[in-house]
Design a binder for this molecule. Structure first.
Ligand code: NI
Length: 137
């Protein structure tokens, strides 16, 4: 039986949506206030979901203490109270949309989680706008 366990996390971060190959006018047309050169912040809510078989000895799909610690060190400590464009290397040239942030988070966690477990990342930029990434296959 494959079961999904979920862990919620949170970080505050600033960003600016901007395509450096475009003019300022084009950026404002597409990204609106999100292209503001002075940046703006969001309270990001993150849900990390891990799916797999229940281990017969522990009864766990994954030890939630380990997942909690992984999210803390790999994501929260890297992103919380940061300017994503300026301070997080992955976004030096990558537009920090919710879509792209989700992929970056998924890639950071994927290497640290057992290959037999499936990983899904859901990221809320606002209470009503959220994105899910489950990998590319
Ligand atoms: Ni924004």
């Amino acid at each position: 039986m494959r079961v999904t366990v979920n862990r919620k996390a949170h970080f505050n971060a600033a960003h600016r949506l901007y395509n450096c190959d475009w003019s300022d006018d084009r950026n404002i047309e597409v990204f609106g206030k999100c292209a503001n050169p002075n940046y703006h912040g969001h309270n990001y809510e993150l849900i990390v979901s891990v799916t797999g078989n229940i281990h017969p000895e522990t009864g766990f799909v994954m030890d939630m203490k380990i997942l909690k610690e992984l999210i803390k060190t790999e994501i929260e400590e890297q992103f919380d109270h940061k300017n994503l464009n300026e301070e997080v290397a992955e976004f030096a040239k990558l537009n920090p949309t919710t879509e792209n942030i989700s992929i970056v988070i998924w890639n950071k966690l994927r290497t640290k989680i057992d290959k037999n477990l499936d990983l899904s990342v859901t990221l809320y930029e606002t209470p009503r706008n959220f994105v899910t990434f489950k990998g590319d296959n």
